[in-house]
Structures are given as structure tokens and as C-alpha cells.
Design a protein around this ligand. Structure first.
Ligand code: BGC
Length: 729
């Protein structure tokens, strides 16, 4: 029978033309589809193992191999288990967490990231990369903030596009997740997000829309939660009307693992491949129930007795075949590459590019005097962070910890010592991936603090390296945090260190916002992230000045959770209502998320969205707005006025002076990262199109830019606006 397919495609190859005729993708899909039996089509639509779905063996159509995740290629897992299979050739390059990428505000870095991870996936013979994740940071407590791209839809949109393109140029589908309004981990499979249209279109959909329309994403993953009363993996409004209808998405919709929840909706509502059912505790079967998946035998039965149509099945099969022809059967051969020096260099460069200097009274960059003692305090100076956190857990070829990187950086100059200071997470194994570290320590919190303070008294320089980790209720899938305060008595420890250390440097390693009540008592604060294999080197590069920091916060760092937009349980984490099966969560703050809330309400924050300092200084001058085509163009000159080379992220926000609806006081609508030598300046331009001036009007289902006065606000953070230019629409 394999011959049949080849003959069908070969016929297309020569049809009506003496020269070689190349069938289009659609012709190949149709030719193949016409060969498939009902059973073969149904077999395409659900998992056959934990991370693969069937092809058509009879015709030589390969299986689809899926892999996590957004930060590196997951180790090979057992056929029907989350645990790694114990292969010895699958230790990958761990790239920085996506929040670290978002903090670069650098489209080139995103393209580089996508290309490298796509190449790693291809080398490992994976067809679908389960990432990137672009859910908006609605609450600072969200457990997966570290896997996403921050709180702003424009920033997330700008960065997801090059990532997707980079992945897909390797013949690997990027599966953008988790669609949509999936903004918390707490009760993630039982919460109904109730969101109005304006909020969806302005805040929660744009990054997905950009991934599809500009990035050309080949796959989308439905999320676990419900949206307006229906589970998202088979949500008619999201998948059929918006994604496949309005945006013209022609790729596959894949369920999150266990996110497909009934027999009938998936058939008609736009789910194409059901993955992971019964593997996350939603339903009972212990293992290997693939034939009993909703889109397996129950689907076949419905097709046979006329309760499901051939048309719906063909639509799914077409999309799946299209994905196979785009990836493993792509005409352009792709072989990929794995753990190459270039990939590790990219990981280091991206990690460093996203490190954010929050505060600096002169302690950084650190150039220790010869023969001096540098003391590192804190578990995160030592703990390996690639392992853990949920599905983004990786087995990497190596991971450089900050302690080793700083020893390397100061070799021959200063002695680098370490005091643990606190015991946080001592686990070193996740899904059978082991770090090999021994993190046991029986000292009490008081004793650990005392030892660290004593060591600090003896040291010439003290760098605190703490923060969060990837254990439960921290930066971790399936749980949210309970507060933004640092855990493990770290606030007390930092305060105690600040008392005995004049120039204390604090490095917070986390994937989400933390409170910093001690900020005024320390000399410098660095926000670093889970930087992957090269995280220690990247941090050392920034602390020593080898790299001039240029990262910017992709979310607001609030003072207290209670200051934020989620003021009631109805908003977060949701409430139980009589007669309703699922937790109801009302997004009644509307579009006022992150800085849109804090700025508009005038609420003070610890550090604003877009904030990040440099070892040099920049000046923004000659800003203006002019008409350009159908829209406008804002321009300004940015100059490096300091003594070292560095990069500034110039940000454009739009303010609408008067509108018929309540609008945020400013919204990000453009940014450029500009690298400048000392004294160098550059003219930059931001196009302002009609969408940049618009709000989404639910009644007319359209974007509306109301005539009147607007302001272009050009600055270096959402709070540091250097030029305010009014203009008339
Ligand atoms: C996560 C997804 C992940 C999938 C497969 C789910 O639990 O939510 O992000 O891709 O598992 O590991």
C-alpha cells in the first residue's frame, strides 16, 4: 500500500508537465488523505505513547514526536511514564527560562534562542516542540511565570514571533501554549476564567495572535482551564471561532497533557490531537489506555454510528498531515545540531542579556582588590536549577553554578568563599534526572544565619545570591506561590548581612516577582533568572562588568501582592458558586494588569515594568512624532553618555488623553534595544499604526482608534519617561 501513496504523489509530480512538477503542501496532504481508512485517520488524532502520536505505518507516514519544552529538549522518557528513560545521549543544552528571554527585550536574542532550540529538537528527532509559553503574568504568584514572557502583550508578541520562526526554520513545529486565559497554576484543571472580550483581545490573546499571524506557528496547545464555561482544549469560541476562524490558523491544536475532558466537544470544537489523558490524575487508568482516549475508540464508535461527521475528521487529519509534511517529511532536509559550543554560547549570551540591574550605588561592577576575600552567601550561589519546576525540567550536559563561575572569574585575584545562609530546597532529583549535588544541611536557620554573618565580617566583599527555586509553591508548575515574600527567612538574613557589610550586593534569582523590603539597606540589587546551563557564567559576566547589564523587567516588581489588581477571591484564586461544578474566576480587573493597573491607579511599586540600569548612562533627545502614511512615526536620538559601551532599551508608550472607555494611563507600543559605544548616538524610529492607538470594542468586535489627542511617551521604563509628545489623530 505504501506504493499507492508514492504513486499518488508521483502522479502529481509529473501531472500535465514535461518538467518536474513539485506538488504543493496542500496537494500532498490531499493525496495522502485520500488514501487513508477511517481507522487510520482516527489513529492520527490521539497519543500512542506519553510523547508521540501515530503516523500511518502502512504508507510510511512517520509518527509525530512531541517534546517539552520551552527551555531545552526534555530527556527521552519511558513509553508510558514521565520518568526519563535513562538514555545517555540526551543531555541537552539548557537555555535560560523564557522569563529571562523576555527580560532581554531583544528580538535578535529570541530568534537565536528559537533557532538553537529548534536545532536541538530536530537533532533529537522531535517534530513538535511544546513551547513557547506566552500566558500573561496576571498575578505575581503564578507558578509558571518563569516559563512565560511577562505581563505585557506587546512585549510577549514581539518576542514570540522570532522564537517561533527560529524553531520552525529547523523543520520543527513550535507549539505555542497554553491557549488561553490560563494565568494560574492553582486548581489549573478546575478553574473557569470568566473574561470579557475587550480584555481577551487586548491582554490575553495578542501574543497568540502574533505567534499565529506573524510567526506562522504550526501548532497551538490548549490549556487546562475553562474559558467562559468550556474547557479550553475543546473550547469552540477559542479554537474554532478565534484561532481557526479569525486568525486563519491552519496548523494543529494539541491538548495539554490530560486537558481533553469529554467525548463529544473535541470532535467538533477544534481539538486535533489528544495527548496525555489519564496521565495527570484527571481520570483513573494507570497506564496505556490509548485506545480508550476520547478521540480513539469512542470517536471511532461515533463515526461509525453517525454521531460524528467525516468532515470534522478530515479537517483534523489534514492538519495533522500538514504538520508531518512541514516537519519530519519536509522537502528541505533538516538534521539539527545538539549541545554544540554555539548553543552553549547562545545560552550564555541570552542569559546575560536578560539580567536586570535593579539598583546600583556603585558596588558594581565588582573588581576585587588583589588578595581579597569575596564571600558569596545563599543557597542559589550553589544550587543547580535546571532540574525541577515541572514539565520544563531538563537533563543538561552541564550546569555552571555561580560559585564556580565567580571562582573562575576572580582566579588569581581574590579568594571566593561560600556560606549557605539558609536551607531552601534540598531535592536534587526530578523525574529521575539527578543533579548529583548533596544539599543536606542540618543547621538551624539561626545557626546558618549566624555562620553567614560571621563569615561576612571577615570578608572584603559580600554578594548575596538567593531568591526562589523550582520546588512546590515557588517557581513551579501545578502550584502557585502563597506570597511574594522571599522564603526560608531570607529577608532576616539579608538585613543581618546588610548591618555588617557596607557595600552589600544582592542577587535575586527567581522567575517571578519577589518583595524586597531591604532594598534601601543594600548597595546593589541584581535580578537574575534561571539561566540554564551557562547561568553561573552569565551572572559572573554581569557582576564583573564583562557584560554591561541591559535587561529590563518584563513584569512589575510590586511592594505587596495586595497592591495589585487582584483584590478579591472572585478575581483570584476563584470561588465556588452554588450549582457550578468548577471554580469561577472573574477577570473583573479587565485590562488593568501589571503596570496598566499600578500606573493608572498611582500605586507605588518596588521596581516598575521595563526598569533596568546599566554601567553606563543614556540620554534621549530630539523626540518627535510625525504623520507617516496612514499612521504616525515617533523618533528620538539615544546617546551613550557614559564611559563604557552598553545597550539601552528605548520604550514607547501611548497615552490616550480622552476616550469613551476607561483606558490604562499608558501602554507599551514599541521598543528598540540599541547597543552603543561610549559617546555614540543613534536615531531610532517607532511606527505607530492605528492598532497602537486603539482599544477593542466588544460591541462592534473591532479595534477603535478614537480621534483626539494622544501622547507618545518615550522612556527607559514605564516610570522613567524622558519625552512626552502630544499628537492629534
Ligand atoms: C504542561 C505542558 C507540558 C505537558 C507535557 C503539562 O502538564 O502543562 O506545558 O507541555 O505537560 O509535559
Amino acid at each position: 500500500m505504501k506504493k499507492l501513496l508514492l504513486i499518488a504523489i508521483a502522479t502529481l509530480t509529473v501531472a500535465g508537465c514535461a518538467q518536474q512538477y513539485k506538488p504543493t503542501l496542500e496537494e500532498k496532504v490531499e493525496a495522502t488523505l485520500s488514501q487513508l481508512t477511517l481507522e487510520e485517520k482516527v489513529a492520527l488524532t490521539h497519543a500512542q505513547s506519553k510523547f508521540s502520536s501515530a503516523g500511518v505505518p502502512r504508507l510510511g507516514i512517520p509518527e509525530l514526536w512531541h517534546t517539552d519544552g520551552p527551555h531545552g529538549i526534555r530527556p527521552e522518557v519511558l513509553w508510558d511514564d514521565w520518568d526519563q528513560a535513562g538514555w545517555t545521549n540526551d543531555s541537552c543544552t539548557a537555555f535560560p527560562a523564557l522569563i529571562n528571554l523576555a527580560a532581554t527585550w531583544n528580538r535578535d536574542m529570541s530568534a537565536l534562542y528559537g533557532d538553537c532550540i529548534g536545532a536541538e529538537a530536530r537533532y533529537r528527532k522531535k517534530d513538535i516542540l511544546l513551547g513557547p509559553g506566552v500566558n500573561i503574568c496576571r498575578t505575581p504568584l503564578g507558578g509558571r511565570t518563569f516559563e512565560y514572557m511577562g505581563e505585557d502583550p506587546y512585549l510577549a508578541s514581539a518576542l514570540v514571533v522570532p522564537y517561533v520562526k527560529g524553531v520552525q526554520q529547523n523543520g520543527v513545529a513550535a507549539c505555542v501554549k497554553h491557549f488561553a486565559a490560563n494565568n494560574q497554576e492553582m486548581r489549573r484543571t478546575a478553574t473557569n476564567s470568566i473574561v470579557d472580550d475587550r480584555t481577551m483581545y487586548e491582554i490575553y490573546l495578542p501574543a497568540f495572535e502574533a505567534a499565529v499571524k506573524e510567526g506562522g506557528a504550526w501548532a497551538i496547545m490548549g490549556s487546562y482551564n475553562l474559558y467562559n464555561g468550556q474547557f479550553n482544549c475543546h473550547n469552540y469560541r477559542l479554537l474554532q471561532e478565534i484561532l481557526k476562524g479569525e486568525w486563519g490558523f491552519d496548523g494543529v491544536v494539541i491538548s495539554d497533557w490530560g486537558g481533553c475532558r469529554n467525548d463529544d466537544e473535541p470532535i467538533t470544537n477544534g481539538l486535533d490531537i489528544e495527548m496525555g489523558t489519564w496521565t495527570n490524575g484527571l481520570r483513573g487508568a494507570a497506564s496505556n489506555g490509548y485506545d480508550e482516549y476520547h478521540l480513539a475508540n469512542p470517536y471511532l464508535q461515533r463515526l461509525r454510528d453517525g454521531r460524528a461527521t467525516q468532515e470534522d475528521l478530515d479537517d483534523k487529519a489534514r492538519r495533522i498531515l500538514r504538520t508531518i509534511y512541514r516537519t519530519s517529511m519536509s522537502e528541505e532536509p533538516h538534521y539539527g545540531s545538539f549541545t554544540s559550543p554555539e548553543h552553549f554560547k547562545a545560552a550564555r549570551d541570552i542569559a546575560a542579556d536578560g539580567i536586570v540591574l535593579l539598583k546600583n550605588d556603585g558596588a558594581l561592577p565588582l573588581a576585587p582588590a588583589n588578595g581579597s576575600k569575596v564571600l558569596l552567601v545563599g543557597e542559589n550561589a550553589y544550587k543547580m536549577m535546571v532540574v525541577g519546576g515541572g514539565s520544563s525540567n531538563l537533563k543538561t550536559k552541564y550546569e555552571v553554578i555561580p560559585l564556580d563561575a565567580l571562582r573562575e572569574a576572580f582566579d588569581g585575584k581574590a579568594e571566593v568563599l561560600w556560606a549557605r545562609g539558609y536551607v531552601g530546597d534540598t531535592t536534587t532529583v526530578y523525574n529521575k534526572v539527578v543533579t548529583g549535588q548533596d544539599l543536606k544541611d542540618s543547621r538551624s536557620p539561626e545557626k546558618l544565619r549566624q555562620d553567614a554573618v560571621e563569615a561576612a565580617r571577615e570578608a572584603d566583599y559580600v554578594i548575596y545570591i538567593g531568591g526562589l527555586n523550582k520546588s512546590s509553591y515557588q517557581d513551579n508548575e501545578s502550584t502557585d506561590r502563597v506570597d511574594i515574600a522571599l522564603p526560608y527567612y531570607q529577608d532576616e538574613l539579608i538585613e543581618a548581612l546588610a548591618e555588617v557589610t557596607p557595600g552589600l550586593i544582592v542577587v535575586n534569582i527567581s522567575g517571578s516577582p519577589v518583595a524586597m523590603p531591604w532594598a534601601s539597606k543594600v548597595n546593589a540589587i541584581v535580578q537574575a533568572w534561571y539561566g540554564g546551563s551557562e547561568s553561573g557564567h552569565a551572572l559572573a559576566d554581569v557582576l564583573t562588568g564583562k557584560v554591561n547589564p541591559s535587561g529590563k523587567l518584563p513584569f512589575t516588581m510590586p511592594i505587596r501582592v495586595a497592591d495589585g489588581p487582584l483584590q478579591s477571591e472572585r478575581q483570584y484564586p476563584g470561588i465556588k458558586e452554588e450549582g457550578k461544578e468548577w471554580w469561577q474566576e472573574y477577570y473583573s480587573e479587565g485590562v488593568f494588569v501589571g503596570y496598566r493597573w499600578f500606573d493608572t491607579k498611582g500605586i507605588a511599586v518596588q521596581y516598575p515594568f521595563g526598569h533596568g540600569l546599566s554601567y553606563t548612562s543614556f540620554e534621549i533627545a530630539d523626540a518627535s512624532v510625525k504623520r507617516s502614511g496612514k499612521g504616525f512615526k515617533a523618533t528620538c536620538t539615544v546617546k551613550n553618555t557614559g564611559a563604557v559601551a552598553g545597550a539601552e532599551v528605548v520604550q514607547l508608550y501611548i497615552h490616550d488623553s480622552e476616550a469613551s472607555v476607561e483606558r490604562p494611563s499608558k501602554e507599551l507600543k514599541g521598543f528598540e534595544k540599541v547597543y552603543l559605544e561610549p559617546g555614540e548616538s543613534r536615531r531610532i524610529e517607532f511606527p505607530i499604526n492605528s492598532r497602537a492607538l486603539s482599544f477593542f470594542d466588544a460591541a462592534s468586535h473591532s479595534w477603535i482608534a478614537e480621534p483626539g489627542e494622544f501622547h507618545a511617551l518615550i522612556g527607559t521604563s514605564s516610570a522613567d519617561i524622558r519625552a512626552d509628545i502630544p499628537f492629534e489623530l
